[in-house]
Design a protein around this ligand. Sequence first.
Ligand SMILES: [Zn+2]
Length: 294
Amino acid sequence: MFKKTFITLLLSVILFAAAGCDSLSPVHPPRQNTIQIPENTPGLMKVNFIDVEQGDSILVQLPDGRNMLVDAGTRDAGIKVINYLKNAGVKKIDYLVATHPHEDHIGGMAAVIRGFKVGAIYMPKATHTTKTYIDLLETIQSKGLKITTAEAGIKIIDTGGLSVFVLAPNSAAYEDLNNYSAVIKLTYGKIGFLLTGDALAQSEKEMLAKGTDLRADVLKAGHHGSYSSASQGFLDAVNPKYAVISVGAGNDYGYPHDAALRRLSGIQLYRTDLDGDVVFITDGVGLQVSAGRI
Ligand SMILES: [Zn+2]
């Protein structure tokens, strides 16, 4: 009798411990704002900042069912991006943007291009000599796809309530490759998103000097929260309610830097290293945000 009770107790302890191991808890508790937009509302746009660790990858599910992917993380993150897209029901990437040729933005892109139908591809006119970049160009060529130069003034989508404009780069040549970053302004109804790639203060200044309308509800803070982006004048012009930093925990560069975090204080901040995947849903009026890890 004692033996049976003891075994039952032991079994319960083992089961309890196993259950504890199975329930993966997020590093940071899931966060959600108070606005709730029902999933089946027609004409929703979903902007997903995918947690690709140190890098960027943003999936935009447009209200008409088309998809845009801005960057695809590192080569190692390619599989995460592909799985995320598949889970989201993406069959075709209608618009693919490579903001600039650094590995943490284009590393996973060749695999993504091989795995999905791809429509238009936008890349800035910047060259790079890495194997990753050459692989990407060869993959694009092998699928018979064309590259459209991403530069200020390009209109990717321009219909009544929905627009996707390229705001930068504004110069033909830069010393720092990050400044070639394609900056995308996405507007649906009254809600705007500004996706800045790794654009640094120099590119931010050029956009300001041009008098570009930078206002946005959501800003992807430039260059993983580096001190060299999200300059004060730029932040004042964008005036976002939310900012997202796409960054890997314990990265080699010390991102996000305190100087950028100080400038971003007062804005509701989401970080992929702490929050996981960060997802905004909008009907063009309201904006719902949720974040977490599965
Ligand atoms: Zn980067």
